[in-house]
Design a protein around this ligand. Structure first.
Ligand code: AMP
Length: 206
């Protein structure tokens, strides 16, 4: 868990590779539905472009269906879920029989740094690799190093939407962090170092 721009996506990818388990990013899944023009994608877009959360009933159904697939039976890592108390409760209930959640990791980053990261973020539409216009630019300007696709700025990273997203995070997701703090399986790590430093801290916490 962590606010937008805390590096969840990058770290979850590395962690799932290290552990040899599957991963799922709710944001990436919503964006792939949008790219394919599905009904779910259309619904999700109307919330995402305003920096709002997609309603719980849509999100919970999508994630629990993914979790129930046989591919996930050996374990998995989630990125961007749960983000509301209702989602956390549904997840706890859904995996209780399988032994519950092993660990919740909260990547902490100060607001100024989140804004710096998100306002300069560029993303590949195909492989979702994130870049930063100033601090982590691609080799060829505007092109993904891996697939050569043209990079774009996410609609919800635009300054007009960003402030609202951070407010929604504080209102809806900060209580989820407290919820897991109480249940005692939360580990908090500093997300402001280099990707490698954060990865090391995360490997210790995981
Ligand atoms: P992300 O890529 O994780 O920053 O997510 C992008 C957007 O997708 C969020 O701002 C929400 O609009 C939506 N989204 C992602 N995960 C969730 C979730 N667990 N619950 C509701 N909306 C979500």
């Amino acid at each position: 868990m962590g606010p937008p721009g805390s590096g969840k996506g990058t770290q979850v990818k590395r962690l799932s590779e290290r552990l040899g388990v599957t991963r799922m990013s709710t944001g990436d899944l919503f964006r792939s539905h949008q790219a394919r023009g599905t009904e779910l994608g259309l619904v999700a877009r109307s919330y995402m472009e305003k920096g709002e959360y997609v309603p719980d009933e849509v999100t919970i159904g999508m994630v629990m269906e993914w979790i129930d697939a046989p591919e996930q039976s050996a374990g998995f890592v989630l990125d961007g879920f749960p983000r509301t108390l209702a989602q956390a409760e549904a997840l706890d209930k859904g995996v209780a029989e399988a032994g519950g959640i092993d660990r919740v990791i909260y990547i902490r980053v100060a607001r100024d740094e989140l804004i710096r990261r998100l306002t300069g973020r560029l993303v590949c539409p195909k492989c979702q690799t994130p870049y930063h216009a100033v601090s982590a630019p691609p080799t060829v300007e505007g092109e993904c190093d891996h697939c050569g696709e043209e990079l774009y700025q996410r609609e919800d990273d635009r300054p007009e939407v960003l402030g609202h997203r951070l407010k929604v995070y504080e209102r809806e997701t900060a209580p989820v962090i407290e919820y897991y703090r109480r249940s005692a399986n939360l580990k908090e790590i500093d997300g402001e170092g280099t990707t490698e430093e954060v990865e090391r801290a995360l490997n210790v916490a995981a």
